[in-house]
Design a protein around this ligand. Structure first.
Ligand code: SF4
Length: 340
């Protein structure tokens, strides 16, 4: 992590202790764009730092804004040429949510997901994850706005890159750095059980979301290969333990796929799963944006599915779609047409 390496470098040079704080303020809070703008440093120190450390790990390779809702998607080039995507969603309520990627591609192979088709190229570093947020914060700063939420729901499976993800969360949460409240961050996993167990023991109040997408092993095995390693019984047991340890809510993401997981029988099965902890479990139904192979459920099917869950007393929401026109919606991040 830049902070750590940079801190040791400052120490080696016997710089005063406040130099790290000056750097953090400039980078995470003032959002300045380069070493030359770190004006609290003497010129000689700025130049020595610039020789040793890059200010930014990521470069913007392409960017698009959805004219309908202002959703902004960036294709970043990493220093090794890998491409990753991040999305900024602007909510009417004033919230500004950044969806970050944590891997280049993804090895999990979910059948409905554009990223899954790419396979895994490599894990991102904590710096590369954090800088996706910093870039969005710089964009928002021009509008006198700021990042209010971060979701680890872009390319990749966060618990397959556990240490870097946690390091990035701590850097974003650091009150002397970016200062984003832990409760404003959400990590979403496709169901890596050991990751959920480890996450339950963290001392941070970060939210957990589960990409569930199917209420039975038979259906989940077909669309999410992870279910063969961690079937629903194991997954729900791990989530149950998480809630016992943390007493925190868990969001279950559920993409509505026509003829696959959207029948009323599926809704009953889903309600059975959620009944394990009605107080803390919540379902978030998501409109699917076709990336080939599957179609989205129609509105009436979605409504009936939702009504049944509500009748069973399950907390359920329907996710408003962002960025459909620019392929920034769930399952659509694929660094399209570029080498990743
Ligand atoms: S849905 Fe998530 S875990 Fe599954 S392949 Fe896509 S990025 Fe990976």
């Amino acid at each position: 992590m830049k902070n750590k390496e940079f801190a040791s470098w400052l120490k080696e040079r016997k710089e005063p202790g406040y130099r790290l704080g000056q750097f953090k303020r400039a980078f995470y809070q003032d959002l300045v764009l380069g070493w030359d703008q770190l004006t609290t440093y003497p010129k000689v120190l700025r130049e020595a730092a610039a020789d040793r450390f890059a200010w930014d790990e990521l470069e913007v390779a392409d960017e698009k804004t959805d004219p309908a809702d202002g959703t902004y998607k960036v294709l970043f080039a990493c220093r090794d040429g890998s491409k990753i995507e991040s999305v900024l969603m602007r909510h009417e309520t004033g919230r500004n949510t950044v969806c970050v990627s944590c891997q280049v591609g993804c090895p999990m192979g979910c059948a409905f997901c554009a990223t899954g088709k790419l396979g895994l190229k490599r894990n991102l570093t904590a710096d590369e994850i954090v800088e996706q947020v910093i870039h969005m914060a710089r964009i928002l700063k021009k509008e006198d706005a700021h990042v209010t939420n971060v979701v680890y729901m872009g390319m990749g499976e966060p618990f397959n890159n556990y240490d870097a993800v946690m390091e990035s969360i701590r850097a974003l949460n650091d009150p002397d750095g970016f200062g984003l409240g832990a409760r404003h961050m959400t990590v979403s996993t496709c169901g890596i059980v050991p990751g959920i167990s480890k996450f339950a023991d963290e001392d941070l109040q970060v939210n957990l979301a589960i990409s569930l997408h199917a209420p039975t092993d038979a259906i989940r095995n077909k669309i999410m290969p992870v279910n063969k390693a961690y079937p629903l019984e194991k997954l729900m047991a791990a989530v149950g333990e998480y809630t016992v340890k943390t007493n925190r809510k868990v969001l279950f993401e559920y993409l509505m796929l026509e003829g696959v997981n959207d029948s009323l029988d599926c809704a009953e099965d889903l309600a059975d799963l959620m009944e394990q902890n009605k107080r803390l479990y919540q379902v978030n139904l998501i409109k699917y944006h076709s990336t080939g192979g599957y179609e989205a459920s129609d509105q009436q099917t979605r409504q009936e599915f939702m009504d049944l869950l509500k009748r069973r007393g399950i907390k359920v929401t329907f996710r408003v779609s962002f960025g459909e026109e620019i392929d920034a919606a769930c399952g659509q991040l694929a660094a399209k047409g570029k080498t990743v």
